[in-house]
Ligand binder design. Sequence first.
Ligand code: ADP
Ligand code: MG
Length: 728
Amino acid sequence: MPLRFNAIQNLSTDHAKTESSGKITSLFGTNAFTHETAREFLSDEAYKSLMSSIKAGQKIDRAMANQIANGIRAWAESKGVTHFTHWFQPLTGTTAEKHDSFFTLKSDGTFIEQFEGDALIQQEPDASSFPSGGLRATFEARGYTAWDPSSPAFIMDTGPGKTLCIPTIFVSYTGESLDYKAPLLKALEALNKAAVDVCNYFDKNITRVTATLGWEQEYFVMDEGLFIARPDLVMCGRTVFGHTSAKNQQLEDHYFGSIPERVYAYMRDYEEEAYKLGIPLKTRHNEVAPAQFECAPIFEEVNLAVDHNTLLMDVMTRVATRHNLRVLLHEKPFAGINGSGKHNNWSLATDTGINLLAPGKTPKTNLMFLTFFVNTIKAVHDYADVLRASIASAQNDHRLGANEAPPAIISVFIGQYLSKVLNDVKERVSEKMDETDESLLKIDIHKSIPELLLDNTDRNRTSPFAFTGNKFEFRAVGSSANCANPMTVLNTIMAETLRQFKKDVDTLIEKGEKKEIAIMHVIREYILSGEKVLFEGNNYSEEWEKEAEKRGLPNIKTTPLALDSMVTGKAKKLFESNDIYTHSELEARHEIELEKYIKKVQIESRIMGEIATSHILPAAIRYQNMLANNIKGLKEIGLPESSYSNQKQILEQISEHINKTSDLVEKMIEARKICNNISETRSKAIAYQSQVKDAFFDDIRYHVDKLELLVDDREWYLPKYREMLFLR
Ligand code: ADP
Ligand code: MG
């Protein structure tokens, strides 16, 4: 029986049941080497050394590393772990592991279980098959993974076995970053320094500023049997064909609706794994599209939040198969309904417990809020193109600028009230403001901000970068993305802007201006130079595209072009002066992203050709034959033409779509050959985008989807949208 029918028949027997393990607090962090666990398994000395390394980034010496490694091993063994791995995030976009056992043979022939400090701190995986963008010639394919003590070690429980995972960065022999984590850590440190300097204008007690991230992960869930019957889902994570079902999301009945039981069991199961790993999941609900869901944690420090998100994506994928389900993290698995994003809620917290993006209660804290608020707007304004590049991918191109949330234009929404506050500042702070105006000004600013911001009605769901009361929400990030990349960029541009802010304020102070007045002047200047990025209206509208063009805001819809902004003189200066990337690291990353794009489009194009040729056309031809035979038979027994004119009409349509599909697939293959001969990566990526994807994908799909409607359902072996989205 074709897979499609088999899967549908098996659906009802597939329900897995799980039992609740009670309170979350009793599970939370049991598979992570938390501070509490460290306290229990480490000596005082080792514990202190680990803590100071986490808090102040201090180096851990060899003797101490041995002690810590022993403690971690003792804990892991108490949980039945036999192997360990350095866990890292190479630029492929997934996570990587290479398992080693604790088991060791000594030179005298005895064997023991051992985990030494050296093995904890550094490993040398064979790096040759990870993307390096030419940074590391394969003949000296040496890359190192180095322990990141700020992210706790954890135990990955995969059913068949348990592995101790050590979060690490991944760098080349010569020190260039080859992963997402290393530059992120640098960006967070740059941000910390720049932000502390600015904070000290207001409060000398602040010695550390941490960026915080709360992501919201959207995803689709579908039956595994149906998934397996779709080669496009298996190979690309999205359907390249499929007619929209009669009903999709138009009734808006899925959003916040009751969660289907089979999915609910799945959620409970992966949440439990997440809790054990110390991932503080908080919410779960249905999303807008059928079969679409979301989960979100309590926010954490950015580096930890990023690790937890990549880890969770892995856990979600693994746990789904236990339920005979598949989770789709792709940005656009199904045409015609919403795609999936990963909103990045971002803010800055001080070590004195202040959220710098939450309006304060006193004039002084409000001026501090206003400072960070306006600096964020200015940063996004100045580096909108770099921010856009940070979320560019073949998958996200199906969302950004493709008539769906959000557009490719980066703008900032701040709401009516704060728009008014900024206008006030612009008008009231004049060039020659003196001390007598000061009190007036301050009172105006802080008057009613707090009450107003608690009211969430003043929200704009279409904005790619929105202020939501005490944080910004970067909504353009794709669901399958590693948040590290956008977070590296956001925190770097913020660091850069804050450093400039400090210079500008100091210059005025040196000229004899009073501190608060100097700050207000620079704030005003930043509002003036950054305000064209502010937009309160509907981001999906055509008017906004026109308006944005008038304002000179970039609107780059495709990845190959969006990526250009990574390697402009401006970007190189930005990343180099903040010690995030050298020029060659940037060039390498640019190359890797372009290559990823090319491969993704290439694979999709191949799958389209394959499915069209070996699934769609055979089905259509079978039905074509049936119709032809039918007409022939009716004709032979002498019936008038009117008795088979409808069949003839259908036959003509089918034949037309068969011919078109077949022709277009041939032409697409030719186009691919031409692209493959282009040696320069950027030109090749652009060619794949314009000459393969844009030139053929929609057209081929059009004819195939028409055939789906025309051909006898029993002859159609690919699961249909109504089945993938509504059956479970
Ligand atoms: P919603 O946006 O749906 O109204 P919330 O405001 O509660 O929901 O928050 C959504 C996400 O924002 C959650 O993941 C939450 O952890 C995160 N978040 C809340 N406060 C902060 C913060 N200060 N920094 C970073 N993320 C935050
Ligand atoms: Mg939200």
